[in-house]
Design a binder for this molecule. Sequence first.
Ligand SMILES: Cc1cc2nc3c(=O)[nH]c(=O)nc-3n(C[C@H](O)[C@H](O)[C@H](O)COP(=O)(O)OP(=O)(O)OC[C@H]3O[C@@H](n4cnc5c(N)ncnc54)[C@H](O)[C@@H]3O)c2cc1C
Length: 316
Amino acid sequence: MILVFAETWSGQFKKSTFEAVQYAAACAAAQGSQAVAVVVGPASAPVESLGAYGAHKVLHLHGPERFETALYAALIGDVAKELDARLIVVNGTANGRALLGALAVRAEAGVISNVTALPESYSPVRVVRGAFSSKGIEVCESRSACTVIGLVPNALGAKEASGSDAAFEDRSVSAPARATVVEQQLASGTIALPEAERVVSAGRGMKAPENWGMIEELAQVLGAATACSKPVSDIGWRPHREHVGQTGIQVNPQLYIAIGISGAIQHLAGVSSSKTIVVINSDPEAPFFKAADYGIVGDAFDIIPRLTAALRKHLN
Ligand SMILES: Cc1cc2nc3c(=O)[nH]c(=O)nc-3n(C[C@H](O)[C@H](O)[C@H](O)COP(=O)(O)OP(=O)(O)OC[C@H]3O[C@@H](n4cnc5c(N)ncnc54)[C@H](O)[C@@H]3O)c2cc1C
């Protein structure tokens, strides 16, 4: 049996959840087994709809009000033991990454994080993972009776739903919260960077924070998240939540547009798994061009407005 953590955000399933469920369903199909999705806490989306993504059954644990690592690890770990799960699939979102280790301890499982492909084998579990800040790959083997797999978001992508509703079971669980939220401030109108499918990123080549209007406009036309290089967030031009790279967020979008970023190895470490990389830089020798699928040599202040206008025309 394959267990998958079906994460919710404000009661809704995230796209990364569908990806994880499809991954678990593919693992189950390869072994002639079944995929069971575990939903924890409030869910306004119908949980049985996960059947369309390949879940055979959905177990909905009512009780916790919000994500807490130790609590979720205990609840999901106990379900894994009860159902004798061989694999537990968790997507590598912020919560998913926090969960991996604690869940592995509770389930007495091995853990393989940063996974980018379906397992090559299941007994033992053998699977490819990104290593060295995604600059290389490793083939990892787990000989534990149960293995927790942490998926890289967007590594396989979620395909369109095609199945039918799953069977589901509701359970009430005791969920004593150890911490409560006393205040919450959400950044509104932005797309979450770690799971974004398109990212428009800019660096010191933009010269000053007031020049970011054109970056935001391009991102808005593309439905993309905005990101930046480390020095840009260090000097306060952009918020730290946008910093990508070895010491920032690792992204894995379909499209990464890098504007006025030199392409230092520490920056590339967080973005090189992007499916298509477009680099715009005035220096033809900028190292980023070596990692680019498409490159535009030129002044960002001339190119960006024209690119935005052309895309707006094309996409409307
Ligand atoms: C331990 C360590 C960890 C690090 N971690 C990270 C990390 O996680 N993420 C990260 O980003 N960096 C990281 N760095 C910093 C990294 O080494 C680089 O210094 C940084 O990425 C450079 O940022 P940048 O490309 O914005 O700036 P610069 O290196 O100053 O590059 C600016 C670029 O803009 C181009 N440009 C200038 N004007 C224009 C124009 N008008 N139009 C178009 N292009 C123009 C220039 O040709 C140049 O290529 C780390 C460094 C260390 C030592």
